[in-house]
Write a protein that binds this ligand. Structure first.
Ligand SMILES: Nc1ncnc2c1ncn2[C@@H]1O[C@H](COP(=O)(O)OP(=O)(O)OP(=O)(O)O)[C@@H](O)[C@H]1O
Ligand SMILES: [Mg+2]
Length: 284
């Protein structure tokens, strides 16, 4: 992975990045399941989840590399959010396997354990605290949910202070530290929330439609922001905006009817007849 220009050399370490084993080429048939598990920070295999007999996920397999930014696309109802629910422990599948990191079985862990172990999820609506500053929102995220509001502003260690300052710059809010989060634009609130997730030092970020409702210029800046995180933590990005996906994605996974229809770069997946058919020609 290419280190992010402009970030301190140890920034990635602070976000607990561990170098993955050397990448193998795609399609190597001799790779065993246990090798594949070891080689990926997230390993989902043959996940099935039914709602009253309807299979929202149907044999879904997805393998995410350390530091990888993966876009997941698919028509409405394809199972994208349900997949995020399984990864974050919000929904329990009926079958399959889901492993994280060095051996956390996601199917035997609850939402809190999963979040504490480094899988941080952002929902579509920003949930920043409007009545405190951008900086204080980050401080709250760093110190944890039990922080008493009155302790905000107390002296941070210089390392934590540096980390928050870097995160604020990274999410394009360097000049807005002292502004109340409530006065930020919708896009800036989304960035602040991404910053709050980064302050929790995630190994995987789960982002569900982060650019929905953003102005075009904000979408461009979000693309830069997420591209700049590549290598710092792994990201699963669910998104409908195809232009945005094209601008950030290296590998795109297309879900349809609860399983993977195609995987590869944007040009590859958008040229698959099955993908075009699933979108009825609507893939930009
Ligand atoms: N709690 C639930 N109870 C019943 N059916 C559900 C539930 N959650 C999701 N579904 C169904 O599972 C399927 C997958 O839903 P999901 O929300 O994962 O799709 P999605 O790919 O995120 O779609 P979108 O692009 O519209 O957000 C849909 O048919 C949906 O109606
Ligand atoms: Mg969804």
């Amino acid at each position: 992975m290419t280190p992010n220009p402009g970030l301190p050399a140890d920034f990635g370490d602070r976000l607990r990045r561990r170098p993955g084993p050397a990448a193998l080429g795609p399609g190597l048939s001799w790779e065993t399941r246990s090798e594949r598990r070891r080689r990926h920070v997230l390993f989902l295999e043959d996940i099935t989840l039914s709602f009253d007999g309807f299979k929202a996920l149907d044999g879904l397999s997805l393998y995410l590399g350390e530091g990888e930014l993966r876009c997941v696309i698919g028509p409405n109802g394809a199972g994208k959010t349900t997949m995020m629910d399984v990864i974050s422990g919000h929904a329990r599948p009926d079958g399959g396997e889901a492993w994280f990191g060095d051996g956390l079985n996601l199917l035997e862990s609850d939402e809190v354990e999963i979040a504490q172990s480094g899988i941080c999820r952002k929902f579509q609506r920003p949930s920043v605290f409007g009545s405190i500053t951008a900086w204080e929102n980050l401080e709250l995220a760093l110190k944890g949910p039990k922080t008493v509001l009155g302790t905000l502003g107390a002296r941070l260690s210089s390392e934590d202070g540096d980390l928050l300052a870097h995160i604020l710059d990274l999410v394009r809010l360097g000049g807005r530290a002292g502004d109340l989060a409530g006065i930020l634009s919708h896009g800036q609130k989304q960035w602040l929330e991404i910053g709050m997730l980064l302050a929790q030092k995630p190994r995987i970020l789960l982002l569900d439609e982060p650019v929905a409702g953003m102005a075009p210029a904000e979408i461009d800046r979000t693309s830069e922001l997420l591209s700049g995180l590549a290598g710092t933590c792994s990201i699963i990005l669910v998104e409908h905006d195809m232009e945005f996906v094209r601008s950030v994605a290296r590998t795109v996974t297309v879900l349809h009817q609860g399983s993977v229809l195609a995987e590869g770069d944007m040009d590859f997946v958008s040229s698959r007849p099955a993908v075009v058919e699933a979108y009825l020609g609507g893939l930009g």
